[in-house]
Ligand binder design. Structure first.
Ligand code: ATP
Length: 222
C-alpha cells in the first residue's frame, strides 16, 4: 500500500544556555513530539542500561557505581586527561544514543500510522507530521548523527553576553565560570554552517514563541 504519512525529522540543537530546552518546551506545548537525546543517554547508562556492558568492555569494571549504574565522576576523571579515551567514549555513546533515538522514532511513527483514521486513508489524504529531536551535541557528533536521517536542522542561538547572563542566573555561576563554559563550546559560526534554520533567541519568551511558530509554519508547508 502506498505510504500516506510523510514525516519530517528535525534536529534541534544549540550551544549552552542558548534556549534549546525552552524551545523544546514550546514545541511540546504546541503538541509536537520531541525526542530527547540527553534523556536517552541517561536511560542507557542507568543500572542495567544497554550501554553499560560496552563501556565496561572499553574502560573496565571500575567505572560502575555500587548500584550498577555508571559512575560518571570516575569515568570523567579517567577521560579528562586523555584525548584518545574521550574520543573512544564519544564514539560509543553517540552511536548508541543515535541508534536508540532512531528506534524510538520508528516506534513513534508506527503509532502515528495506526492512529490515522481509516477515513483519512480511504480519502487518499496525505498527512505530514514533524518529529523533533533535542540533541545538544548534534554539531559535535555530526557524522554519527547520519543514522538518524535528519531532514532538517534547527539551531537555537543567542548573543554570547546574553547566554553568559542566562547561564549565571540559571546555574548560579560566577562570571568567570560562565565565560569558561562558553569558551569550551564549538564556535557558533561553525554550527551555523550546518544549520537549515536559525532561531535567534535574543529577546523575551513572547518573541521566542513567535519565532518558533514561524519556523514550524516554514516546515509544514515547505
Ligand atoms: P543547556 O544547553 O545549558 O541545557 P539550553 O540551551 O537548553 O541550555 P535553556 O535552559 O532553554 O537553554 O535556557 C537557558 C536559561 O535562559 C534558562 O533559565 C531559560 O529559562 C532562560 N531563557 C531562555 N530563553 C529565554 C528568553 N527568551 N527570555 C528569558 N529567559 C530565557
Amino acid at each position: 500500500m502506498e505510504e500516506k504519512l510523510r514525516v519530517r525529522r528535525i534536529g534541534l540543537t544549540g550551544g549552552i544556555a542558548s534556549g534549546k530546552s525552552t524551545v523544546t518546551e514550546l514545541l511540546r506545548k504546541m503538541g509536537f513530539t520531541v525526542l530527547d537525546a540527553d534523556a536517552m543517554y541517561h536511560q542507557l547508562v542507568a543500572a542495567n542500561g544497554a550501554l553499560l556492558p560496552r563501556l565496561v568492555e572499553a574502560f573496565g569494571e571500575y567505572i560502575l557505581a555500587a548500584d550498577g549504574s555508571l559512575d560518571r565522576r570516575v569515568l570523567a576523571k579517567h577521560i579528562f586527561a586523555e584525548k584518545a579515551a574521550r574520543e573512544k567514549l564519544d564514539a560509543i555513546t553517540h552511536s548508541a544514543v543515535y541508534h536508540e533515538l532512531d528506534r524510538l522514532a520508528k516506534e513513534t511513527i508506527s503509532q502515528w500510522k495506526i492512529q490515522r483514521t481509516r477515513k483519512a486513508a480511504e480519502d487518499n489524504e496525505v498527512a505530514h507530521r514533524l518529529l523533533f529531536f533535542d540533541i545538544p551535541l548534534l554539531m559535535e557528533s555530526f557524522g554519527a548523527s547520519q543514522c538518524l536521517s535528519l531532514d532538517r536542522i534547527w539551531l537555537v542561538t543567542a548573543p554570547e553576553a546574553m547566554r553568559k547572563q542566562r547561564l549565571m542566573v540559571r546555574d548560579g555561576l560566577s562570571e568567570e565560570e560562565a565565560k569558561r563554559r562558553l569558551a569550551a563550546q564549538m564556535s557558533e559560526d561553525e554550527k551555523q554552517k550546518k544549520a537549515d534554520v536559525i532561531l535567534t533567541n535574543d529577546a523575551d519568551l513572547e518573541k521566542l514563541k513567535k519565532i518558533v511558530e514561524e519556523a514550524v509554519r516554514g516546515e509544514e508547508y515547505a
